[in-house]
Each structure stands twice: as C-alpha cells, then as structure tokens.
Design a protein around this ligand. Structure first.
Ligand code: SAM
Length: 238
C-alpha cells in the first residue's frame, strides 16, 4: 500500500488526511527506518508494508470505535508507537500515554514526537504491571489499547486495571483473536471487564485477518491485580 493508496483507503472509512498529516506519516516512516538501523524497532522496512501493516492496521481501531472525542488513551507496549501514534496523527486532539518496558524504544518515541511536533503525548519506561499499581495511572484512562503484546488473558491483566470504570480496553489481534478470547473469559470477568464486541476483518490488498476485541470496564479491578511483573505471563488467569 503506497502513501496515495493509504490516504484513499482511509478516505473510504471517513478519515480524510490533510497535507500536514500525510507529511507526518512520511516523516514517521523515514524516522522509523533510520532508527531501525541502530536498534530493533520493526521487521517491516518496505514502505508499502509499513503503511499497510503498521500505519493502516493501527488506524483500523478507529473503524470500530469513536476516536473523534477528546479521550485519554494508554497504549500498553507500543514499541515503535503502534497503534497510538498513527491514531494520534489522524486525531490530533487525543491525549496519549505510552508505557513500554524497553528504554531504547521510549528514546525513539521521544525523538519521533519532536520530529512530528506532537503535543499531548507522554512516554514512560516501565512495566505495565507496575504502571497498573501506580495511583497516578490506575483506573485513569478512558481507553486502553494494545497490539501484539501478549495473549488475551495476560493482556487483560496488564490493561484492564488502567481503565476507568465505564471506560474501554481494545485488543488488536490477528486471526487467532477469537480463540484467545475464549481462553480469556475468566480473566476478563475477574478483572472487572465484560466483552462488548468482536470485529473481524481483512486488511486491504492482502488477505491477512484481523480481530479487534472491545471490552467494557464494568467494575473496579480487585486490588491484587495486576500481580508482580512477569506473574501474569507465568500464571495467567485461565
Ligand atoms: N504494540 C507494538 C506493535 O504493535 O508493533 C509493539 C509490539 S512488540 C511485539 C511488544 C512490545 O511490548 C515491546 O516493545 C515490549 O517492550 C512491550 N512489552 C511487553 N511486555 C510489557 C510489559 N509487561 N509492560 C510494558 N511493556 C511491555
């Protein structure tokens, strides 16, 4: 998907990019490729792949959820900024907080945010398990997002504690999303969530399947969660 196709595919979904936003995506691509030579940020380096499988894929959350409101979002394990930075470029009013356990990637994101002249973005180096215990962040976000971080049962423990009551958690998954969801039912309920919707679709131009899972935060998460760093992964609530 080249940049022109990217813009027209987004337009079909009602997202119209200005010249400035198109330029921001171009700077994002160039900065990603430049820094990827010094550190491991992405396995995808072809322009068409980055535009389709990182940029478009990240923005696909907005085909199913309303990002036009001024909401505050936490992106858990954003790595090189996915999905929240492409969403921020499309919807500049969003307030974005990223937590990632790899310091080098936070360094990249700070540089990227300057290059893109983004405001209302905050980056933290740390573990989501610790973040979810911190009073400054626990239960504070309208929406928590995560793409390609952990399987659904584990991810729920990293993300749901950060959601406000009546807020949402969106997991962006591949073809295995529904199967993961089946194994995460106990975790979601235990952590105060309730399944709202599951959306299945294919990326344009190629047939790889995607699953977007939307969870409502119904109740406060019990105090004991999230457990210590590493425990959700070793002993998932299943
Ligand atoms: N979300 C990005 C994407 O879709 O391209 C990055 C995915 S990468 C496979 C997973 C990222 O999650 C890494 O950058 C890793 O450092 C981060 N991560 C994994 N476990 C984490 C945790 N418990 N707390 C914070 N970050 C975590």
């Amino acid at each position: 998907m080249n940049p022109t196709e990217f813009s027209s595919e987004l337009q079909k979904q009602g997202i119209i990019l200005s010249d400035q936003q198109k330029k921001q995506f171009s700077i994002y691509f160039q900065t990603l490729i430049e820094w990827n030579e010094k550190m491991n940020l992405t396995a995808l380096t072809e322009e068409g792949d980055v535009y389709l499988k990182h940029f478009y894929d990240s923005i696909s959350a907005a085909f199913y959820y309303d990002f036009t409101k001024k909401i505050n979002i936490c992106d858990v394990g954003a790595g090189a900024g996915f999905p929240s930075i492409p969403l921020k470029i499309c919807f500049p009013h969003l307030e974005i907080t990223i937590v990632d356990s790899l310091k080098k990637r936070i360094g990249f994101l700070n540089h990227l945010a300057e290059e893109l002249e983004l405001e209302g973005v905050h980056f933290y180096h740390g573990r989501a398990e610790d973040f979810g215990k911190n009073k400054q962040f626990r239960g504070k976000f309208d929406l928590v997002l995560a793409r390609a971080v952990a399987r659904m049962s584990v991810l729920s423990e990293l993300c749901l504690p950060l959601c406000k009551k009546e807020g949402h958690f969106i997991a962006m998954k591949g073809a295995q999303g529904e199967e993961e969801l089946n194994n995460a039912k106990k975790a979601i309920k235990t952590l105060g969530g309730r399944l709202s919707d599951t959306y299945l679709f294919n990326l344009p131009k190629e047939d790889s399947e995607r699953t977007i899972i939307v969870i409502d935060k119904e109740k406060d998460t019990p105090k004991k969660y999230p457990r210590k760093p590493g425990t959700p992964n070793r002993q998932p609530i299943e």
